[in-house]
Write a protein that binds this ligand. Structure first.
Ligand SMILES: O=c1ccn([C@@H]2O[C@H](COP(=O)(O)OP(=O)(O)O[C@H]3O[C@H](CO)[C@@H](O)[C@H](O)[C@H]3O)[C@@H](O)[C@H]2O)c(=O)[nH]1
Length: 487
């Protein structure tokens, strides 16, 4: 019998910050010889396929197959942050039925197709907030491994939501004098995490449907047979150890960007690699960066979902201008809510500042002209910055971002936390401190963690060993399945 590839189904949550790391993991697994069925929602599927050169991609990853299911929402639905709960709810009801049907059809194909060439899926890797995969996996007896796209630290905080409710730490109330008090019920974080650093979900009243939704997702995902995280051991070792109390198998395989690069080293380069970007990148900013002095530019981006007010944008604008430092700013068309962009920013591109609607971020962060990153502290952005040793100014708003910014400023010391304020004088001051290297400890720590990140993905490094462990474990699930069939 031919040497069949083990088949893995991968199910990301359909937003930028979740699809991109899942796609990178899929590419690593495909490169290792697995057949991959990558299941997007129809909406994301069309965007991804519109953004890649499919034939060149498939020649590099022949075992890769993009599949899709409806998310249950109408084509006109905005699928933005203001309606994210509708997306969650719809996927977990309608999407679940479609996902189940799709898995059944993949299982049946084994009976229909040539047994020499087709292998039914042996496991599902699903995003940590796609618990529908757990239900489908249980019913169809396929193991599910969960991939949380947050840091280990924030994942650990989510596992304490119930305890936070019990201890009356939730809801976190803005303006409450206790907001700077330490949260003492989360092991390893007792001395560092304040109430104001908790995830945004902790602002909800305890009977709020969003909080209930996340409690349910988190507890269901505990049933997964393993946990994958896009982080590396040297960054979050104490927390990763704690997570072993929930999962017997924890695979920390980050930074995925660097892991993918090192795994593909030596393979023929693809003409148009899949960047996992759901928007069109404006590459003119690279030529602008090429004309700037080394380490002079501050890169500003608030990720793919955060929205802000016109006043907040103006404060950042004036703070950046007043700092006197050149800046490259990603202003998505949907970044500002309310009255739209202030006039000053409508045609802002000049010698000092350059504005694009979406940048090739990984390339920008690694560009020699860039000396700092003003970020919303999304986990992908944070890790991408750490990987290239770029110090950060953090202005976190939602989900996990406030936890990340606290780690950046107070645990890893690779940046400054500007949490809860963005007046122009603070922005100006922080930009100067960062860009003029006024904080020596930050300079040292960024270099230290960038080296450790690179080391982790090289042969013998922790993420290198963990991805091999994951590959081995999936292969043994396949062998067990094959043994059962033979009996
Ligand atoms: O102009 C840009 C801006 C961003 N990016 C990329 O887009 C991704 C953005 O991801 P992230 O930094 O994690 O931010 P969000 O898009 O906001 O991600 C959501 O999902 C993340 C993972 O769960 C969470 O950590 C965030 O808080 C949540 O907002 C990164 O890979 C960036 O490289 C670009 O390619 N070009």
């Amino acid at each position: 019998m031919a040497d069949l590839q083990s088949h893995v189904v991968m199910l990301p949550f359909p937003v930028q910050g979740h699809v991109k790391p899942m796609l990178m993991l899929a590419e690593v697994l495909c490169h290792a010889g697995f057949r991959i069925s990558f299941v997007n929602t129809d909406h994301i599927h069309d965007i991804i396929l519109g953004n890649i050169d499919k034939s060149s991609f498939l020649s590099q990853f022949p075992g890769f197959c993009f599949l899709s299911i409806p998310d249950g929402l109408s084509p006109e639905h905005p699928r933005d942050i203001s309606s994210i709960i509708e997306l969650f709810t719809s996927i977990n009801s309608m999407g679940k039925i479609m996902f189940r049907d799709l898995i059944i059809s993949l299982l049946r194909q084994e009976d229909l197709d040539d047994k020499e060439t087709w292998q039914a899926p042996c496991c599902i890797i699903a995003d940590g907030i796609m618990s529908l995969a757990i239900d489908v996996g249980e019913e169809l007896e396929i193991p599910v491994i969960t991939f949380r796209t947050y840091s280990a630290t924030c994942t650990w905080v989510y596992f304490h939501l119930e305890k936070l409710i019990e201890q009356r730490e939730i809801p976190v109330l803005e303006g409450n004098e206790d907001i700077d008090g330490l949260v003492t019920c989360i092991p390893e974080l007792e001395k560092v995490l304040r109430r104001r650093d908790l995830p945004s979900i902790c602002k909800c009243e305890i009977d709020h449907p969003t909080l209930k939704f996340f409690l349910e997702q988190t507890s269901k995902m505990k049933k997964a047979s393993g946990l994958i995280l896009n982080t590396f051991e040297d960054l979050e070792a104490p927390i990763i150890r704690q997570l072993h109390s929930i999962y017997s198998k924890v695979y920390t395989i980050g930074p995925l960007q660097a892991l993918l690069k090192s795994q593909l080293a030596g393979s023929p380069p693809i003409a148009a690699p899949a960047t996992g970007s759901l928007r069109q990148e404006d590459r003119t900013c690279i030529s602008w960066l090429d004309r700037q002095p080394a380490k002079s530019v501050i890169y500003v981006s608030f990720g793919s979902v955060v929205v802000m007010s016109r006043d907040q944008i103006l404060e950042f604008w004036h703070g950046l201008i007043n700092s006197g430092k050149p800046f490259l700013w990603v202003i998505r068309p949907d970044l500002v809510f309310g009255d739209g962009l202030p006039e000053e920013i409508m045609c802002p591109t000049n010698e000092r500042g350059y504005v694009v609607s979406w940048a090739p971020q990984v390339e920008v962060l690694a560009h020699c002209a860039v000396g700092g990153f003003l970020t919303h502290s999304g986990w992908n952005s944070t890790l991408e910055s750490i990987t290239v040793g770029l110090p950060m100014i953090c202005w976190p708003l939602i989900v996990d971002q406030k936890v990340n910014s606290r780690c950046v400023s107070d645990i890893w010391r690779v940046g400054l936390d500007m949490k809860d304020s963005c007046d122009r004088s603070t922005v100006e001051k922080m930009v100067r401190v960062l860009m003029e290297n006024q904080d020596e400890e930050i300079a040292k720590s960024t270099t230290k963690f960038a080296n450790l990140a690179q080391k982790s993905v090289m042969e013998g490094g922790s993420s290198f060993c963990n991805i091999n462990k994951l590959i081995e474990d999936i292969r043994s699930i396949q062998s067990e399945k094959d043994d059962c069939k033979r009996k």
